[in-house]
Design a protein around this ligand. Structure first.
Ligand code: ADP
Ligand code: MG
Length: 239
């Protein structure tokens, strides 16, 4: 079943078509990766799906409901949770309080405290709850923000380059975290640049190039596709 259905969506910035006539389906229960070279339109498409941009043309459906004109907040209420490319934790507040803020709308009292502990442990931040979020490493701040997105118990978790600036070890750990959420039934859409990470987590892949869909398929099919390797690695042929 399609949880997200993007139909014929375009986004123009003046004369530039950042996203052009894109169809994209994210099925319920899958980890779907959106990949492509720099400037391909990935972040623009991501912002269209979460409602930070409205499309110039086309429609977007979530759980069969037309959400094309809905604001981001309304989409969050429907079960989307978003982590943008740049971390935006509350750096001047303790780690634990960041999680509390994310949980407070859904839970209170003992239930909230329990969920707070569970999330801190899951994110490997159990020993850092009292630290200011700004004192965490860059990778840990990314995890904290993923945790804040998870606190909403979304049906769909949307991540734009969650491993940007992470070490290979942190990147691997992030992949394992995402796989564990997915194993519990969460659908995940990830914009990603790092192919090792894509291999680790992706079930299906959509490839964007110059604002258009270039290829889509299973992880195996995309990895074997020579045309994808050429655009993704920026290779050009002399002949
Ligand atoms: P990616 O995330 O794949 O690197 P983006 O979606 O950020 O690509 O950008 C796609 C194209 O749209 C690029 O040429 C970029 O310069 C342009 N673009 C993105 N956002 C804007 C904007 N707000 N205004 C004008 N041009 C933009
Ligand atoms: Mg981007």
């Amino acid at each position: 079943m399609a949880l997200v259905d993007v139909k014929g969506v375009s986004k123009r910035f003046g004369g530039l078509a950042a996203v052009s006539d894109v169809d994209l389906t994210v099925n319920a229960g899958e980890v779907h990766c959106l990949i492509g070279p720099n400037g391909a339109g990935k972040s623009t498409l991501f912002k269209l799906i979460v409602g930070l941009y409205l499309p110039t043309t086309g429609s977007i459906f979530f759980d069969s409901v037309d959400i094309t004109a809905e604001r981001p907040y309304a989409r969050v209420q429907r079960g989307m949770s978003i982590k943008m490319q740049a971390p935006s934790v509350f750096k001047e507040l303790p780690v634990r309080q960041n999680i509390q803020i994310a949980l407070q709308e859904r839970l209170s009292g003992a239930e909230r405290m329990e969920e707070e502990e569970r999330l801190l442990a899951l994110l490997d931040l159990a020993d850092d709850g009292g630290k200011l979020a700004g004192a965490l490493s860059h990778g840990q701040q990314q995890w904290l923000e993923i945790g804040m997105a998870l606190a909403l118990q979304p049906q769909l978790l949307l991540l734009d380059e969650p491993t940007a600036g992470m070490s290979p070890e942190e990147t691997y750990k992030t992949g394992e975290l995402i796989k564990s959420f997915n194993a519990e039934g969460m659908t995940v859409l990830v914009v990603e640049h790092d192919m090792a990470f894509v291999r680790q987590v992706a079930q299906r892949i959509t490839v964007l190039h110059l604002g258009k869909i270039f290829a889509r398929g299973s992880l195996e099919a995309i990895l074997e596709d020579e045309k994808v390797a050429e655009i993704y690695l920026g290779k050009t042929h002399a002949h």
